[in-house]
Design a protein around this ligand. Structure first.
Ligand code: 6PG
Length: 477
C-alpha cells in the first residue's frame, strides 16, 4: 500500500461516511477510510466510486496508506470506542502525525487524552464538528482544539470541507487541548436553549393564540425572513407543516411528547455550575426535557384536574409579542453561553477569540443564524464586553422587546402554559438590571445561622453580627 492519502477517516457510520465523502469531494484531498467492520467500508466505496477512497481492511493498511504527517480523523461513538482507536493509531503513528477526534467528546476527556499523548510527539486534536449528517456531507462548522503546530497541517484540510459564511470558512483554531470540544459543548448548550424557546413559542401560539400547526408553520416561515432567521426556525416551520401519512394528522400531534438527549446539554450545565456561570436558559431546557420524560408524575398531577385555567384572550399583538420574547430570550441564551466560554477559557488557559467563534457558527452548525453576524460585530467592536447585553445592538433589541416579553410571560402564566425558558431568561435579565438583589438577605441569613459573614455597602472589610448575643457587629478582617 503506498502512502498517498493526505487524510484518513476512521469510523464510517453516517457522520464518518459523510465527512469522508465531503473530504473526498474537495480538490487536493485523497481520503483513506477504515471501519472496524470491513463490510461497511466496502459498501461506502461501492456506493461512492466518485470519491476515489482508499479503503483499508486493517488498521495497518490504513496507516500505511497515509502520507506524512499522517492525519486521521476519528468519527466513532464518543467514549471507550474513541480510546480504542486512539490506542491503535498511537502504536503505529510517529511524532508529528496527527490524530483528530471529531466526535462529541467530553472536553475533560480531550484534555486528558492530549496530556497522555503529547509526550509521544504525536498531536491529538479534539475537534467539535456541528451540522449533523447534512453538515458533515456539505459543510459543517468545525471547532478544532489542539496545538497551533498541528493546525498548520489540519487547518487547510478542515477549511476545505467547512461551511462557508459570508465568504469565510466556518473553522478556526479555537484554542489548545480541549478548547474545541468545550466550545462545541457550549454550542450544543445554546442549541438546547434555542430549541426550548422555539418550542415554548410554538406552544403559546397553539394553546394561547389557538393557531393550528400549519398556520404556526407560516408564522415561523415569516419569522425566518427577519431578525429571528436561523436554521432552527426554518426547520421548525418544516416540522410543523408536515402531515403524518398514516393518520393525516399534523406530524407534531403523533409524536410522543418526551424529548430525548445525548448528554451535551447536561455537560454544559454541569460545567457551568463548576465555573459559577449562570446558564439558566440551557438548564431550563435540559430540565424541560427531563420533565417531559416523567410520564408517571405528569399523569399523576394531570389527573388532579387542577391544571390549565381557561386561557385569557391573547392580546391582539400576541404573535408579534411572542416573536419579540423569543428574540430577547435568545439574546440571553447567547449571552450566557458566551459567559461560559469566557469563564472556561480563563479556567483552562485558552485564548478564545469570541468573535471568531461567533463567525464560525454563522454557517454549517445547528445554531447557525443571521444573528451571529451581529454578535461577531459586537465582540469585534469590544472584545471585553462585560456581557453581550451591553452591546448597543442587543441592548436596543431588549429595550424594544421588553414590554412584549413581559406581556408574553404574564399571559402564558395566566393561561398555565409552561414557559421555563422565557421566564428564566426574563428573570435573569431582571436580576442583572436590579439595583438591589435579595442576595443581601441571603447573606444576612447565612451570617445568622452559620456566621458566614458579609460585606457592608459603606465600609470595606468583612463583618459578622452577634445574632445570638447582643447583635453588635464585629469586624472579621
Ligand atoms: C450538532 C448537533 C449534534 C447532535 C446533538 C443532539 O451540532 O451537529 O448538536 O451534535 O445532533 O448533540 O443532541 P441531543 O441528542 O442531546 O439533543
Amino acid at each position: 500500500m503506498s502512502a498517498v492519502a493526505n487524510i484518513g477517516v476512521v469510523g464510517l457510520a453516517v457522520m464518518g461516511s459523510n465527512l469522508a465523502r465531503n473530504l473526498a469531494s474537495r480538490e487536493g484531498n485523497k481520503v483513506a477510510v477504515y471501519n472496524r467492520t470491513y463490510a461497511r467500508t466496502e459498501d461506502l466505496v461501492r456506493e461512492h466510486p466518485e470519491a476515489g477512497f482508499i479503503p483499508a481492511r486493517t488498521i495497518d493498511e490504513f496507516v500505511a496508506s497515509l502520507a506524512k504527517p499522517r492525519t486521521a480523523i476519528i468519527m466513532v461513538q464518543a467514549g471507550k470506542g474513541t480510546d480504542a482507536v486512539i490506542d491503535q493509531l498511537l502504536e503505529r503513528f510517529e511524532p508529528g502525525d496527527i490524530i483528530v477526534d471529531g466526535g462529541n467528546a467530553n472536553f475533560h476527556d480531550t484534555i486528558a487524552r492530549e496530556a497522555r499523548i503529547a509526550p509521544t510527539g504525536i498531536h491529538f486534536v479534539g475537534t467539535g464538528i456541528s451540522g449533523g449528517e447534512e453538515g458533515a456531507l456539505n459543510g459543517p462548522s468545525i471547532m478544532p482544539g489542539g496545538s497551533a503546530e498541528s493546525y498548520e497541517t489540519l487547518g487547510p484540510i478542515l477549511a476545505s470541507i467547512a461551511a462557508v459564511a459570508e465568504g469565510e470558512a466556518c473553522v478556526t483554531h479555537v484554542g489548545t487541548d480541549g478548547a474545541g470540544h468545550f466550545v462545541k459543548m457550549i454550542h450544543n448548550g445554546i442549541e438546547y436553549a434555542d430549541m426550548e424557546l422555539i418550542g415554548e413559542a410554538y406552544d403559546l401560539l397553539r394553546h394561547v393564540r389557538g393557531l393550528e400547526p400549519s398556520v404556526i408553520a407560516d408564522v415561523f416561515a415569516e419569522w425566518n425572513s427577519g431578525p429571528l432567521q436561523s436554521y432552527l426556525i426554518e426547520i421548525t416551520a418544516e416540522v410543523l407543516r408536515h402531515i403524518d401519512a398514516k393518520t393525516g394528522k399534523p406530524f407534531i400531534d403523533i409524536v410522543v411528547d418526551e424529548a430525548g438527549s445525548k448528554g451535551t446539554g447536561v455537560w454544559t450545565v454541569q460545567n457551568a455550575l463548576d465555573l459559577g456561570v449562570p446558564v439558566g436558559g440551557v438548564a431550563e431546557a435540559v430540565f424541560a426535557r427531563a420533565v417531559s420524560g416523567k410520564r408517571a408524575q405528569r399523569d399523576a398531577v394531570r389527573s388532579l384536574g387542577l391544571a390549565r385555567p381557561a386561557a385569557p384572550a391573547a392580546p391582539g399583538t400576541f404573535v408579534d409579542d411572542v416573536a419579540k420574547a423569543l428574540y430577547a430570550s435568545k439574546v440571553i441564551a447567547y449571552a450566557q453561553g458566551f459567559d461560559a466560554i469566557i469563564a472556561g477559557a480563563e479556567k483552562y488557559g485558552w485564548n478564545i477569540d469570541k468573535g471568531a467563534v461567533a463567525k464560525i457558527w454563522r454557517g454549517g452548525c445547528i445554531i447557525r443564524a443571521q444573528f451571529l453576524n451581529v454578535l461577531a460585530d459586537a465582540y469585534a467592536a469590544n472584545p471585553n464586553l462585560a456581557t453581550l447585553l451591553e452591546a448597543p445592538y442587543f441592548a436596543q433589541a431588549i429595550a424594544d422587546g421588553q414590554e412584549a416579553w413581559r406581556r408574553v410571560v404574564v399571559t402564558a402564566t395566566q393561561a398555565g402554559v409552561p414557559i421555563p425558558g422565557f421566564s428564566a431568561a426574563l428573570s435573569y435579565f431582571d436580576s442583572l438590571s436590579a439595583e438591589r438583589l435579595p442576595a443581601a438577605l441571603v447573606q444576612g441569613q447565612r451570617d445568622f445561622f452559620g456566621a458566614h459573614t458579609y460585606r457592608r455597602v459603606d465600609t470595606p472589610g468583612t463583618f459578622h453580627t452577634l445574632w445570638s448575643g447582643d447583635r453588635s457587629e464585629v469586624e472579621i478582617g
